[in-house]
Structure formats: C-alpha cells, structure tokens
Design a protein around this ligand. Structure first.
Ligand code: ADP
Ligand code: MG
Length: 559
C-alpha cells in the first residue's frame, strides 16, 4: 500500500504544530473530545432537518478507555463519522476544518455549539502519541476506513471494520522522557481530572473506563477487578441554566467545586448578556481575603470559556485592578481565538465583556451598600483597601466607579460612612469635607487639630489606612466639595478677624517663637500663633502639598 505524503507545507506545519503551538501537552484530550462533541452535534443538526434520523440522546456519547499495558488510549464517539474522502481532506490537510465547512454549509450562526474551526486541534494528538490510528464509519455508509500516521512522515488509509457509525481515535502513548511523564495519560484518575478541567461542560456524556475491585461472589476476602464506565462531565454548565431553577446552594457548590475559594462567597452574580456581545458569566465576591491577596503573587482574573470549553484559567483582562477580588467565569461564543485556542485574537469583544462586567460589579456593590449595609461593611473590611488603591491609581480615572463605594470612619456617626452621607449632612456654612489622619479613631479624637472643626459641629472623616489620604487627594473633590485635612493650612473656618489675630499675636510673641524655632532647627519650618487650638497648647500643622502623615508614609517606603 502506497504511503501518501503530506503536502510539503503541511509537513513543516505539522512539525510546528506538534512542537510549538500548544503550551501544555495535556490539551490534546480537550481537542479530541471537542472533535467528538462536534461530530455528535453534527448528527444532532442532521436530525433536526432529516426526519429519517432519530436523535435518541442515550445513543450519543464519548468513551475514553486506557490500556496501561499496551500504552493505548482510545477516544470513541458515536458521532457522524468520516468517509474516506473526508479523512483525506480533514486529517490529511492541516488547517482544513471539516467543522468550519459544516457550519458554513448548514448556515449555522452564532449560538450553535460546534467548536472546531481551525483544523489543527487533531494534530495535538502527536504531542503525546507516537502513533495515531483513526477508524471511522460515516453516517449513512456501510464502509469503515482506517487512517494511520506516526507524524510528519505521512499517513495511510485502508479499509477497516466497524459495526456502527462513529469514530475511534487510538493513540499509542509515547514512552516517558525526563521532561514528560507520558504515563499520566494512561492513568484513569489523571484523565478524569483533565476531562473535568477542560471538558466538563461538553453536552454529551464523556464516559471514562475505570478499573475497580469488588469482593468475589461467595468469598469473604477474595477480590476481583472489574471495569466500569463512569460519566465524568457535568454536561450542562450551571451558567446556561435558568436562574429560576438555581438555588443559592447551587452557586455555592459551584464556587467550591471550582476552587474559587475556601470560604463561602459573600455574593454571587449570574449574568446572561446579549446584544453587542453575548456571554454568560457567574461572578463571586468572596467573603474573606485570599491569603496572597495583597502580595505580588496574587493573580487576578476570571476563567474564560468559549462555547463551554475552557480557554484560559485566569483571564486578567476581564477585571479591572480595583475589582481584582472578584472570582468566577465567563463563557462566550463571540471570542476570536487564536489557533491554539489558548489565547484571544482580537480583544474588542473581550473589552466589551470586561466593561459589562465592571459595571455589573459596581452596581451590585452599590446595591449591597444600599440594601444590606452590614454585608457591605464586611466586604469593605476585606477589600475596601483595594477600592481605595483603585482611586489612587490611574490618576482618578476610576473616580466614577469608586467614589460612592468607599467608606470612612466618621467622628460624629462613630461608624463607617459614605461620602454621599457625609455631604448630605453638611451644614450650609460648611465649605469643605474635613478629614484627619491617624492610627486609630481614639487617637485622632485626641488630636488638637480636630478641635476647632469638631467645635463647629462639623463631621470629620478619620483616615486610618495609609492609602486613604492619597486616594482622596487624587479624588480632589466629591460633588464639588473639596477635601481639607484638619491639620492643613486654610480650613475655611476662621473668620478674617481670627486669621489676622493669628498674625498680630505672632508679632507680639516673635522673640519667643524665634527662640523655639532655633531650638527645633530643621524639625519645623515655622512657629506661629494659632486660633485653631482650644484646649491644647500646641499642635503640628503642614502648609505644603503633603500632609505630615503622607510625608511619614512616603519616607517609610523603600526606595
Ligand atoms: P477543527 O476541529 O478545528 O475543525 P481538527 O484538526 O480538530 O480541526 O479536526 C479537523 C477535522 O477533522 C474536523 O473539522 C472534522 O471534520 C474532522 N474530525 C476530527 N475528529 C473527528 C471525529 N471524531 N469525528 C468526525 N470528524 C472528525
Ligand atoms: Mg478540533
């Protein structure tokens, strides 16, 4: 039998494919299962238009069998199969996708599940197999064909025996090397984990053959091994189910199943968006801070699926930094994937999705703040710092997103308040939003600088987090009300008379103040009289750009 050669370009392409397109060898299983799923989907679509075909769900499935001794892994499906010509075209020509052609021929628009489009996924099998055999019998045909290849050298096609419609992919798995433990791909528990990871939401059952042991009948401690098929995948993704059918427990178990966190989520959000871009998403706000959250190691991102198949574990572009605590997943059919299906081609759709998600999170947080204050404060205790960082970073560009989400401790309410609440309580005479910085509310209470403002009956926000003042400086104002540090220069409180009195007293005691200044040297820039003090003899104030607290923080930072 004559061996057919891959076309010259194909040969080089195949080498490239096998060695460099994919970052993880393990994805071959995802690719082969996706092909089987496509093949079954094609039967399903045929049945929709052809009355002579019955689509009984129980007859359509994917089977995975591993034989460790023979080093053979088999992936079987009861899909549409391939004719000899289709084998030539789809498996002999790299980058020829029969599935893409099928979609075009049948004018299948978005919303259909067929995954294949590039015509390369199949060859990923050569990353783990030294020999690949495909036996297939096409729907409506009584012949079967066998395609076989060891990689770049070419392939053979010959007649074969197969009783029913469908395809079997038979991989002879490579021997272990120093770098790769190929044996893994023959271990049922490992295969099960990979199927769960990549193909959990394939719509048809993926049945994995497991070897189990049981007590031999009629004996007391004599065990025998037997094989059993176990359906591994959950099939219907929770995000495609109707929200009304889902309970809080369903969302919570998805959260822990997916290892988004060990805690219970504080809140979940289920989005089904359509319009400019359609996608489904399930988002969670965790209750507690991940142990590495405020470190460099923390990696933000959501899981990204395309038509139910996992593409990326952590897609960082889907979340702005200030909402980096959000966990969850997004599934969209509108993504342009690159050929390895590990990355995205264009980010236009992704940007749209990210924007939608950002707005949704913002609105959900605002709603929580309004409807469940206690819960919101729990959230804020964990992640408020990140929101404030968000205000500070990006030069206030996140102002609209964040200014109504931040809370500060209030001198009069003795609890956390929003800026809107503060402004709502401002007296007509009050020009500014006042704040004081310090380690803890009790210590700020005792600061001489707060006296004058507090005496006027004005509320003061206590900034106890080192990022607070930086964030507020970036914000500059809230609904046209500027912020003023009580330790700063002009508080907009002193009358002109009081201010000039400061000046005249400074003159009266000038020799005392000169002496104090010369004693203190560089530690202060100026000593002067102040009307701001009530019960305290002295306080420190800053007239410059930076407050005393900010200077402390900056000088404590490593250079
Ligand atoms: P893609 O899935 O992107 O089209 P692949 O390289 O994975 O590319 O597969 C190439 C083509 O081979 C598919 O489009 C399909 O026509 C055919 N094919 C692969 N596997 C199967 C299968 N299990 N059953 C039927 N056809 C298959
Ligand atoms: Mg494919």
């Amino acid at each position: 039998m004559a061996k057919k050669q891959f076309k010259a370009e194909s040969k080089r392409l195949l080498d490239l494919m096998i060695n460099s397109i994919y970052t993880h060898r393990e994805i071959f299983i995802r690719e082969l299962i996706s092909n089987s799923s496509d093949a079954i989907d094609k039967m399903y679509y045929k049945a929709l238009t052809d009355e002579s075909i019955r689509f009984d769900k129980e007859n359509y499935y994917i089977e995975i069998l591993a034989d460790k001794e023979k080093r053979v892994l088999t992936i079987k499906d009861t899909g549409i199969g391939m004719t000899r010509e289709e084998m030539e075209e789809n498996l002999g020509v790299i980058a020829k996708s029969g599935s893409l052609a099928f979609k075009k021929e049948n004018d299948l628009k978005d919303g259909y599940d067929i995954i294949g489009q590039f015509g390369v996924g199949f060859y990923s099998a050569f990353m783990v197999a030294e020999d690949v055999v495909v036996i297939s019998r096409a729907h409506g045909s009584d012949e079967a064909w066998k395609w076989e290849s060891k990689g770049a050298d070419g392939y053979t096609i010959e007649p074969a025996q197969k009783d029913s419609t469908g395809t079997e992919i038979i991989l002879t798995i490579k021997e272990n090397t120093e770098d790769e433990h190929y044996d893994d791909y023959l271990e049922a528990y490992r295969l099960r984990a990979l199927i769960k990871k990549y193909s959990d939401f394939i719509r048809y059952p993926i049945k994995l053959e497991m070897t189990r042991s049981r007590l031999k009948e009629g004996t007391e401690n004599d065990y025998e091994e037997y094989k059993e098929l176990e359906t591994v995948n959950s099939m219907v993704p929770i995000w495609r189910k109707n929200k009304n059918e889902l309970t809080e427990e369903d969302y919570e178990s998805f959260y822990s199943e997916k290892h988004y966190g060990f805690d219970k989520p504080l809140k979940y959000v289920h989005m089904n968006a359509s319009g400019q871009v359609s996608f489904n998403a399930i988002l969670y706000i965790p209750e507690s801070i991940p142990f590495d959250y405020y470190t460099r190691e923390f990696e933000k991102g959501l899981e990204l699926y395309s038509s139910g198949v996992l593409i990326m574990n952590k897609c960082g572009d889907l979340l702005p930094d200030h909402f980096s605590f959000v966990k969850g997943m997004v599934d969209s059919e509108d993504l342009s994937l690159n050929i390895s299906r590990e990355m995205l081609q264009h980010d236009r759709q992704l940007k749209l999705i990210a924007k939608n998600i950002k707005n949704k999170i913002k609105n959900e947080l605002l709603a929580m703040l309004k409807d469940d204050r206690e819960k919101y404060e729990t959230f804020f205790k964990a992640f408020g710092r990140q929101l404030k960082f968000g205000l500070y970073n990006d030069f206030g560009r996140n102002k609209e997103d964040l200014q109504d989400l931040v809370l500060f401790y209030s001198s009069t309410e003795r609890g956390m308040v929003t800026l809107a609440e503060y402004v709502g309580r401002m007296a007509d005479s009050q020009k500014y939003i006042y704040y004081a910085t310090g380690d803890a509310p009790e210590r700020i209470d005792r600061m001489p600088q707060t006296e004058l403002v507090a005496d006027k009956g004005y509320e003061i926000l206590y900034f106890t987090d080192d990022v607070d003042e930086f964030a507020i400086r970036m914000l500059m104002s809230y609904h046209d009300k500027e912020f003023r540090n009580v330790s700063g220069g002009d508080l907009g409180i002193e009358t002109e008379e009081e201010q000039s009195a400061d000046g005249s007293e400074t003159n009266t005691y000038s020799s005392l103040f000169d002496k104090m200044k010369s004693q203190l040297g560089d530690k202060v820039t100026k000593v002067r009289a102040s009307k701001r003090l009530k019960h305290h003899p002295v306080c420190l104030a800053s007239d410059g750009e930076l407050s005393i607290e900010m200077e402390k923080i900056l000088s404590a930072m490593p250079n």
